[in-house]
Ligand binder design. Sequence first.
Ligand code: MRU
Length: 347
Amino acid sequence: MRLNATFGGVSVQAISWTASGAVRVLDQRALPEAQIERDLESAEAVADAIRHLEVRGAPLIGIAAAMGLVAGTRELRGGAREAFLARLARLVDILGAARPTAVNLRWALDRMARVATSTAGDGSAIWERLHAEATAIWEEDRAMCRRIGEHGLTVLNDGANILTHCNTGALATGGIGTALAPIYLAHEQGRRVHVFVDETRPLLQGSRLTAWELLHAGISCTLITDAAAATLMRQAKVDVVLVGADRICANGDFANKIGTYGLAVLARHHGVPFYCAAPWSTVDATLADGDLIPIEQRPPAEVTSLAGRPTAPAGVAALNPAFDVTPARYVTGFITDRGIVQPPFGS
Ligand code: MRU
C-alpha cells in the first residue's frame, strides 16, 4: 500500500508497505544522488534504519516505528496471545531506544501497545488490528500535514521569502510535511514564494533533502550555509522563518534540529516572525519545559568528516548534539493541525 504525497506533479514516497507486510523506505542517506528503496523485514531493521537516519523526521520516525512493530510480529500471527504480546513488548523497547528526542516515536509505540493489549483474541487478531492501526497513524499524519499547511497559509503572503532549517517536508512525514506544508499549498495556489534553505550541518538535511524536495516541486529556493542566515536577516531578505519540531513541551519550549535556537534569536533580533509547525503528536504535555527534553548526542565523526573524508585533524575533540531547545518566548506561533496556537499546551 502506498500513500503518495503528490505536489507539483511529483510524488515523494518516503515509506510504504510491501505486499508481505514489511516496511519499504526510501533510503534518505543516499539522497540526492540516488533514490534507493529498501525493504525492512524486521522491527530490528526498522530500528537500525531510524538510528542511521535512513528514515528520519519526527512524524516519519513514529510512522516507521508503528509499521516496524507490524513487520516484526508477522511470524507470530499463528501463535498464542501471551507469546505475541511478550514479543511485542520487547520490540516496543527496541524501537523506542532508536532515537531519544522526537516524541512521535514514543507516542506511536504507546498507541500501538495500547491497541494490542485492548484487542481480544490470538496473535492473528492482534496482528490484523496492529496493521490497521499503523496504517491509521500514517493516514492521520498525512491529514494533519494538510491541515498544518492550510493553517500556515495565513502567514505566507504573495512574494514571501521564507527561511527554513533541516527537512520538514514529504521526506519527514506521512504527507506534505510540517513547516514545508504551507509552502507547498501556497505554491499550489499560485502564490509566489521563495525559500532560503539552510544546508543544516552536519548531516545536510537542508541541502540533500529540502532542496531536493523543493526543486522537484518547482518551488523557487536558494541554498545557504547555516552561517549566512544572520546576514540575510540583517539585509531584510527574510520575511518569515518556518521550522519543524521534534518535541514541544507544555510551556511551548521545543526541540528541533541543532541551529534552530540560533535562528529564533536572530529572528527576534531582526523583527522577523518565527513559526514552529508540527502535528499534535509532537506535543509532549508531560514535560513542563525544554530543560527536560532528552537531546540526542550523535557520533563526533559526523562533525569531523564529510562523505567519509576527514574535514578535521585526526584526534580533535568534537561535540555533536543533534537538536537544540528553543524557548517559547521566541516563537510567534505554533502552526498545528488544530490551528495557529500559543502555549501552554495540554494533551
Ligand atoms: O535528525 P533529523 O533529520 O531526524 O531531524 C529532523 C528535524 O529536526 C525536523 O525539523 C523535525 O523532525 C521536524 S520534521 C517534520
